[in-house]
Design a protein around this ligand. Structure first.
Ligand SMILES: C[S@@+](CC[C@H](N)C(=O)[O-])C[C@H]1O[C@@H](n2cnc3c(N)ncnc32)[C@H](O)[C@@H]1O
Length: 251
């Protein structure tokens, strides 16, 4: 199982929150899944609690699991400010053990793209299977690969975000470049954080899951695909869909 290579990317949860500020469109989708499939809920790769905390605020019994201490520290801070109860667990989603089964387990926001090799996926799916209640559901949210993005000129940069530095260093401008490694099926992205004259480069290597491959992996690892949506409004998945939102049960 390969070591994770995203520690730098998630080394400061405050920057993550500022960079993703305003992205809330997936939250109603997860609320609907809880209404349909029940609780308790387990969010894998929960990060700073961007989704976990709003769900807990609705009275949902939820556990958030993440490998990054900085992301979890930010999550704990926000949950305590808002006075909401969440069980936070620091663990690798490829190797965790809880004495509890969940009616809904989900891995949102392309987080599965951090699992690059087959062994990581195998141990990850095995952990999910063990923790899923008999009639429970497992939901994956990952982008539908766009060939035009994968084949971008690696020397070009594209805008990502702009926000005010949490330590008062001025505006941070984030741009990205990418080079697609077709053999490994990994999009090797570089994010450039520019503050004044200084620029910090962080790698974000995302495993690309083509639609038929993702469905095949899920079936091979013991899941039945019950629905596949193309976006958070639950429209059916099709060629031009931005997302692959797969709802699975146990075989
Ligand atoms: C894109 S962020 C998503 C955070 C949050 N779920 C959200 O929607 O804002 C990806 C998260 O995955 C976590 N992560 C990456 N690999 C992981 C692993 N093997 N086990 C647990 N968490 C992991 C990172 O620490 C990071 O917090």
């Amino acid at each position: 199982m390969r070591p994770l290579d995203c520690a730098d990317l998630y080394s400061d949860g405050r920057h993550y929150d500022l960079q993703t500020k305003g992205f809330v469109e997936d939250i109603p989708f997860y609320l609907r899944q809880v209404q349909k499939y029940g609780q308790p809920v387990l969010e894998l790769a929960c990060g700073t609690g961007r989704i976990t905390i709003p769900l807990a605020q609705k009275g949902i019994q939820i556990t958030g699991l993440d490998v990054s201490e900085s992301m979890l520290a930010q999550a704990r801070r926000k949950a305590s400010q808002k006075n909401v109860a969440v069980t936070w667990i620091r663990a690798d989603c490829r190797d965790f053990q809880q004495n509890q089964k969940f009616r809904l387990i989900f891995i949102p926001a392309n987080s599965i793209t951090h699992l690059h090799d087959l062994e990581s996926l195998e141990t990850f799916f095995s952990c999910v299977r063990i923790h899923l209640a008999d009639k429970g559901r497992f939901v994956i949210d990952v982008f539908n690969p766009r060939l035009d993005i994968l084949m971008r000129d690696p020397t070009k940069r594209y805008p990502v975000a702009e926000y005010s530095d949490p330590d008062g260093q001025g505006m941070v401008t984030v741009t990205e470049s990418n080079a697609y490694d077709a053999a490994q099926q990994i999009n090797r992205i570089k994010w450039y954080y520019k503050t004044g004259e200084e620029e910090r480069v962080v790698e974000n290597n995302m495993r690309v899951f083509f639609p038929q491959e993702l469905d095949g992996l899920l079936q091979y690892y013991g899941f039945v695909i019950e629905a596949k949506y193309g976006n958070y409004d639950e429209t059916p998945f099709e060629s031009g869909s931005p997302k692959q939102l797969v709802v699975c049960s146990l075989k």
